[in-house]
Design a protein around this ligand. Structure first.
Ligand code: GTP
Ligand code: MG
Length: 589
């Protein structure tokens, strides 16, 4: 990358860097709302990647990738003590719908989010998606109403007030309710206006940014992990990777792994916004210079403490549906799944606690392999349809929902990610003009499966079961201790595998399947406690009704009307089958 050379550390200066607190501010919003114009207006120093520098993106006039720039002001008192600088790193996210994966990646490194709204348009489809991502990945937000210069001056304030009210209403039910809403014009006059045009409201916005900034989480412990957003080489120096440190810390001389390339490199030097440093921690934005490798091999990706990341083929997540997503979440459906910073296609299988555990409190970031779980055809929510298995949790019209639900994700190709990382499932193939939220669910990766043969080596440990329910009828009495049943199995079913299973009669007796009877799927049930006299009477009545009621015979018809009111005796067979049991055993309690 041309022009980058000046920013690369040549040699680390001795001594501690000046006190400078870095806060990452995401700039998100619908396409063309003016995010790049706003970042430009806010920045005083541009970093290597800012302002749509890529030639393709300048030609199309849209942001194709994350842009980074920064703004330095004095440290506000609430972030004190003492003098110092607050460095706001602006992460300009693309707005175009097709770039949502990049936005999700960007959102995970920000401490504070600015949602840019075109004041003449209000909330648009991707503004809503950004709001959803913000709710999942960010703690704090500022709404920026941009392009106020387009409002006629006489009605400007009234229009701003109206849009402010509207936004307050939209945010009411979100975690950002009551957040600041700031009107600006980042580039009054639009694209034709000269570069020298003075933005409106930007200094007020800077004050709000300062007061909303809080100390980001900064913890040097744990493995080092950095999201690299740009990579370039410097002749005679090495290759520089710039990015944000997501966890841990890094010092000159450390070894860092580039998992995508399966190589480990030594850190030669580092720089934070033009200043050489010897050490950097979580939340910092740094350029790390390592021994030479081809920068084309790594445009975007993670670097880390050697062997601290996992490369997984499947995983178990705890998850929640995104309420704005229309439609149901079906087991076996395919989604685009963003795992940490990578997005792959994957298939899902949903499961819930076993009915007895429905009210259990969530386990946080743990998954209990000792427990049993109930397979679900679809994620359970207020409007998902109720299956047989869930009925015992439905009380009248009131549905009891579990406090926690999970999914098994199986990826089409392996992904490299940290433990307990954020997972977002989306339907990116939905028409981007459809005006619908494409983000379907979000969750936390609780368990990754690194073995390619996880189906054999790992899944049998996962006790997810289906509850099988079969209904049949007693055909006739056999003797005092047995009856013949029908309609429970298909004609071709091998009844032998059901021998020994317990069944229950609607008259109360418990029985055991003893074996097939004849050729048509009938079978014999042994009743160890004996058939009750009432049941015998009932069965006699039923068998009288059935055979050959002659035509036109009034007396017989009368008789048959009487027995029509006699209910048949039902047989119920209930058993569990574990989804990943290779032997397909049927289990009864
Ligand atoms: N009138 C007016 N036009 C603006 C303002 N801010 C931005 N624009 C124009 O709006 C268009 C889009 O601005 P950008 O900053 O590229 O928008 P963006 O949100 O970064 O767009 P993407 O990155 O492609 O999603 C450009 O033509 C800008 O000149 C403003 O305050 N007033
Ligand atoms: Mg842009």
């Amino acid at each position: 990358m041309a022009g980058a050379a000046a920013e690369v550390p040549l040699a680390p200066k001795a001594g501690a860097p000046p006190r400078r607190l870095n806060v990452n501010v995401g700039v998100l919003g619908h396409i063309d709302s003016g995010k790049t114009a706003l970042a430009r207006a806010l920045s005083t120093i541009g970093s290597t990647a800012a302002f749509d520098r890529a030639p393709q993106s300048r030609a199309r006039g849209i942001t194709l990738d994350l842009g980074f720039s920064c703004l330095c002001t004095e440290l506000p008192p609430h972030l004190g003590p003492g003098p110092g600088q607050l460095q706001l790193t602006l992460v300009d996210c693309p707005g175009h719908a097709s770039l949502i994966r990049t936005i999700i990646g960007g959102a995970q490194i920000i401490d504070l989010m600015m949602l840019v709204i075109d004041v003449t348009k209000g909330m648009q489809t991707q503004s809503a998606e950004c709001l959803v991502i913000g709710q999942i990945a960010c703690e704090k937000m500022i709404v920026v109403l941009n392009k106020i210069d387009l409002l006629p001056e006489s009605k400007r304030q009234a229009a701003i007030d109206k849009m402010t009210k509207k936004m307050q209403k939209t945010l009411e039910s979100t975690k950002f309710h009551g957040c600041p809403i700031v009107p600006v014009a980042a580039k009054p006059g639009g694209p034709e206006a000269p570069e020298t045009v003075v933005p409106i409201g930007v200094s007020e916005l800077i004050e709000v940014l300062k007061s909303e900034s809080s100390l980001p989480k900064r913890d040097p412990s744990g493995p080092f992990l950095m999201a690299v957003d740009h990579c370039f080489s410097i002749k005679g120096q090495g290759t520089v990777m710039t990015g944000t440190i997501l966890s841990g810390s890094v010092s000159i001389g450390d070894s860092v792994e580039i998992p995508a390339l399966k190589v480990t490199k030594k850190v030669k030097s580092m720089q934070m916004f033009h200043t050489p440093v010897i050490y950097a921690i979580q939340g910092d934005r740094v350029g790390i210079c390592v021994t030479q490798f081809d920068p084309k091999l790594l445009e975007r990706g993670l670097i880390c403490t050697p062997e601290s990341l996992q490369t997984i083929h499947a995983g178990i997540i705890s998850l929640k549906k995104i309420p704005y997503f229309r439609g149901t979440l079906h087991t076996k459906a395919k989604f685009h799944i963003t795992v940490g910073h990578e997005t792959v296609m994957g298939r899902v299988m949903f499961f819930s606690p076993a009915p007895a555990d429905f009210n259990n409190e969530p386990l946080g970031n743990n998954f209990d392999f000792e427990k049993e779980y109930l397979y679900q055809e679809e994620y359970l929510c207020k409007d998902s349809k109720s299956s047989e298995e869930n009925k015992e949790n439905d009380q009248g019209d009131e549905r009891r929902l579990p406090k926690e639900q999970w999914a098994l994700l199986e990826f089409e190709k392996p992904v490299t990610c940290p433990k307990l990382c954020l997972v977002i499932g989306s339907k990116l193939d939905t028409d981007i003009h459809a005006n619908a939220c494409r983000l379907a669910f979000h969750g936390v990766l609780l368990q990754g499966m690194e073995d390619k043969n996880y189906g054999d080596t790992f899944l049998p440990k996962l006790k997810v079961y289906k509850l099988k329910h079969k209904e049949g009828q007693v055909e006739r009495l056999c003797d005092d201790y047995s009856v013949i049943g029908r309609s429970l199995f298909k004609k071709e079913t091998n009844i032998q595998i059901f021998v020994g299973l317990k069944v229950k009669l609607s008259t109360g007796e418990e029985g055991i399947i003893e074996g097939g009877f004849g050729q048509s799927g009938k079978f014999k049930i042994r009743i160890p406690d004996g058939v009750r006299p009432e049941t015998k009477a009932l069965l006699t009545a039923i068998s009288k009704k059935k055979p050959k009621a002659g035509k036109g015979d009034a007396a017989k018809e009368d008789e048959s009307n009487k027995v029509d009111s006699v209910q048949p005796v039902h047989i119920t067979l209930l058993f569990k089958r574990y989804v990943f049991d290779t032997q397909k055993r049927m289990i009864q309690s």
